[in-house]
Design a binder for this molecule. Structure first.
Ligand code: ADP
Ligand code: MG
Length: 145
């Protein structure tokens, strides 16, 4: 599924739809360059789950946990991970195989421990389409509700 957005609000709304339809145990990976809109999208997902706390990139921790919504929301940013053992240390499998929603930024860095059943979200720019244009490709679900 490919969705094109032309404003941050549209990307937020797409995330929100996904958050509303999200089912327990789903793992989303989020890929895209710096400044492409990963945080905007993630904030939409959180809003769709009914989370009212402010959501930002978990820059200094691997995981940020939000429990105020319809389902627990586990937001991972593994960019600074040195070794896969750091994932073991935080007990990642409790989150990956739990009843909440995982969203993982920079998931390619932990490819070895990712389950097969993933929903892969990729956000790309295309400057030929304009500065605020984003192409968002979602693999692993056929509908966003
Ligand atoms: P990332 O987390 O991927 O580094 P952010 O979500 O923090 O990126 O920032 C994305 C930036 O791009 C924001 O300043 C946002 O306003 C801007 N932007 C412009 N157009 C879009 C769009 N269509 N979707 C998402 N963000 C957009
Ligand atoms: Mg970000």
């Amino acid at each position: 599924m490919v969705i094109e957005t032309r404003t941050p609000e549209e990307t937020f709304e797409l995330g929100k739809k996904i958050g509303k339809a999200a089912e327990p145990g789903q793992i989303y990976t989020l890929t895209g360059d710096l400044g492409v809109g990963k945080t905007v999208f993630t904030q939409g997902v959180a809003a769709g789950l009914g989370i009212t706390e402010p959501v930002n990139s978990p820059t200094f921790t691997i995981i940020q946990i939000y429990e105020g919504g319809r389902l627990p929301f586990y937001h991972f940013d593994v960019y600074r991970i040195g070794d896969i053992e750091e994932m073991e240390e935080i007990g990642y499998d409790d989150y990956f195989f739990g009843k909440g929603i995982c969203l993982i930024e920079w998931a390619n860095l932990i490819e070895d421990i990712l389950p097969e059943n993933l929903i892969r979200v990729t956000i790309e720019k295309d400057l030929a389409e304009g500065f605020d244009y984003r192409r968002i490709t979602i693999e692993g679900i056929s509908d966003v509700g």
